[in-house]
Each structure stands twice: as structure tokens, then as C-alpha cells.
Design a binder for this molecule. Sequence first.
Ligand code: ADP
Ligand code: MG
Length: 259
Amino acid sequence: MGKIIAIANQKGGVGKTTTAINLAASMAALEYKTLIVDADPQANSTSGLGFNPKEIEFSIYECMVEGINTRDVIIHTDISYLDLLPSHIDLVGAEVEMINLKNREDKMKESLRDVKNDYDFIILDCSPSLGLITINSLTASDSVIIPVQCEYFALEGLGKLLNTIKIIQSRLNTSLEIEGILLTMYDLRVRLSNQVVDEVNAHFQQMVFSTIIPRNIRLSESPSFGVPAIAHDAESKGAISYLNLAREILAKNGMIHSE
Ligand code: ADP
Ligand code: MG
């Protein structure tokens, strides 16, 4: 049974999409069958994997709102073991359209139910909001990864996110776990980066992944080539750091990976 992991933080620009694409690609590189679900109307992980969201016929929107079969919407990428459930700007309207639906928090879960067994991992790239789509994503997930950027105000909004997770754990998804807090865009030369690492570790201790994602140009430029960093430059620090994150998650979940 596949493990569903949401990448969430209502703050924009903290590395959610970069983490979703590169963690999913790393799991795929390690030969774990992986689906990336683009749950953001901005469709950055769809375009980052080389698909034009404007040209996509069906998206997660149709699965959630119209009940279209998820298997008919999933796209196989050029990368072995990696599939994509794409997004579309239409998803913006889904929150309002779902208001009157029964079990409106369960639509993502229902959309993924049939395909859960097709994959080892399903990675959800959430939007920068705590709205209904993100609530749907957290309700559908087994665990959540929270990227935190090594920048000013790193911890801003984190209390609110953790509180939302608590509410979801108590009302909608009792088995939701925090997979970990991931420090992103770390710059060795910047003293502030080190301060953030110390501060986050002091606050959250064992919740923080030992893998830290460095600021790396290959990570920021690979979406313009429509590929994950591992396909753009496998030797880059960025690609290697996400591969290490994948290994850390596999070890944590008792899924021993032989080299
Ligand atoms: P979010 O999905 O949380 O809004 P993104 O993953 O889109 O954040 O990242 C925001 C911006 O920062 C993007 O331009 C992305 O390419 C860049 N970025 C993210 N992580 C890194 C990194 N580790 N090194 C360099 N640039 C990064
Ligand atoms: Mg994003």
C-alpha cells in the first residue's frame, strides 16, 4: 500500500514544489513507483515536469469535483517509475464549487483511493494556503513534510500550520503524522542560515530531518528544462541532497534500501 505524503506550508516560496518534484524523482530513481499530485492551482509541479498546464485535458480538479476516474487523468512522465496527476488553474474555483458537496474534505482521499495501491509513494504538492484543497490534501495523507526556508521569519506561520494539522488529526484524519520538518535553501556562507538551523532544531528537535537542502542553482533552473534536478545534473548538490532525503525517509519508514 502506497504511503501518501503531503508537502505543506501555507507560506509561499519555501520550497514545497521543489521538494515535491525532487523527492518524488529521487524515490523514482531508487525504483519506488511514485506519483506526484499537483494540488496547487498554480500548477508549478505540472510545468516543472515539462507539461503545459494550459494544454492538459483533465486534472486533479476533474477528479475531485466531477468524480472523473483518477487513472484516466494520470500522466506517465519520461522518467521511469514517476507519474503525475496534473493541476490546472481551474482548481482555484474548486474550493467554492465544493462548498455544498457532502464530505467536501474527503474529495482528494476519494480521488486517490483507487490508485493508492499502484504506487509505493504518492507525494502531494500543496498550495500556499490552508484552504479546502490543502485540508483535502492533509485529510488524504499518511504524513506531512513541512519545508522551512533558512531565511528571515522562517518560523512565522508555523504555529498556525501545526495547529491546523492538530485540528485535522482530531477531526478528519486521526492517523496523520508529521514525517518531518525540512530545512531548505540553506546557505553555508550566510550566518542567518546557521541561526535558522539552530533555532528550528532547538524548537522541534527530533522532528527535523537531518538532511538539509542547500541553496543550489540546479534546483532553481531545472524546472525551466521541465525536469527534476536529478535528470538535469545528477551530480549537483541539490540533486544529491534530495536523494539523501529520500533515503532518510525510507530508513525512517523501515523500508531498507539496498544500493
Ligand atoms: P513553494 O512551492 O513553496 O512556493 P518553490 O519550490 O516554488 O516554493 O520555491 C520557490 C523558489 O525558490 C523557486 O524559484 C525555486 O526554484 C527556488 N528554490 C527552491 N528551493 C531551492 C533551493 N534549494 N535552491 C535554490 N533555489 C530554490
Ligand atoms: Mg509551489
